[in-house]
Design a protein around this ligand. Structure first.
Ligand code: PGA
Length: 260
């Protein structure tokens, strides 16, 4: 058992990506708002920006928290089409994803941008969920750890550590996202342990406390095995978070939901 493991609670975050409309989202939140979440862990959903207010209002009396999928790296001003950290805070968000592989690979976001976004979020009092992960060819070339370490490097500078301390990390192998090909619990645990040790070798006192989520084809059927790994502190759930029953079963596997 790792030092500090007992201090880390489980966290399960649903990333709805660019899915849904007012009607389907109303149906999903009607089911989620009945959820009773244990105090030992947290449950969060990240709807598309446009629906944040609708979802936030509907979930305000529930234990499910609100998150967003992205944020601008600048604080305010002439940035057409962007959404700032303070706007997300204003709407009641608590968590915000940064550096999701779809942002890095489809929209060309750099690790510097990801770090700048996380810094904006901390300044606004929000928790960044920093996603990192290797591509299939990186895994096949044996450079998974190198790739993950590079994506974390901005967070391991003197200035970066102050940001890192307030983040949640998510390990999401790119080859496992939306493919149905989850990493095995052992494969995921190996990278999670590497991340904790790598961070621990650069800065003292942070890594044992950091929550590191696993993401990539997590389903009700494999969640419990993944969450049982000593360095896996919950999950970042894409496709399965769009089906309330499936998402709640995953939450239950993390101990964050009690069927009532
Ligand atoms: P998935 O997505 O669960 O659909 O694989 C995970 C993610 O992109 O966070």
């Amino acid at each position: 058992m790792h030092e500090g493991e007992l201090m880390r609670s489980k966290l399960v975050i649903g990333n709805w990506k660019m899915n849904g409309d007012q009607a389907t989202i109303n149906g999903l939140i009607a089911d989620l708002s009945k959820t009773e979440v244990s105090r030992l862990s947290e449950l969060v959903v990240c709807p598309p920006f446009l629906y944040l207010q609708q979802v936030g209002n509907s979930l305000s009396q529930s234990a499910v928290k609100l998150g967003a999928q992205n944020v601008c790296q600048f604080s305010n001003g002439a940035y057409t089409g962007e959404v700032s950290a303070s706007m997300l805070k204003d709407l009641g968000c608590e968590y915000v994803l940064v550096g999701h592989s779809e942002r890095r690979h489809v929209f060309g976001e750099s690790s510097q941008q990801v770090f700048d976004k996380a810094s904006q979020l901390i300044e606004a009092g929000l928790v960044p969920v920093v996603c990192v992960g290797e591509t299939l060819s990186e895994r096949e070339s044996g450079i998974t750890e190198k790739s993950v370490a590079e994506q974390l490097s901005f967070f391991l500078t003197e200035q970066g550590v102050a940001v890192l301390e307030k983040c949640v990390l998510a390990y999401e192998p790119v080859w496992a996202i939306g493919t149905g090909l989850s990493a095995t619990p052992g494969q995921a645990q190996d990278v999670h342990r590497f991340m904790r040790e790598h961070i621990g070798s650069r800065v003292a006192g942070v890594s044992a406390r950091l929550q590191i989520l696993y993401g990539g084809s997590v389903k009700a059927g494999n969640a419990a095995e993944l969450f049982a790994m000593p360095d896996i502190d919950g999950g970042l759930i894409g496709g399965a978070s769009l089906v309330a029953k499936e998402f709640l079963a995953i939450a239950e596997a993390a101990g964050s939901y009690k069927a009532t």
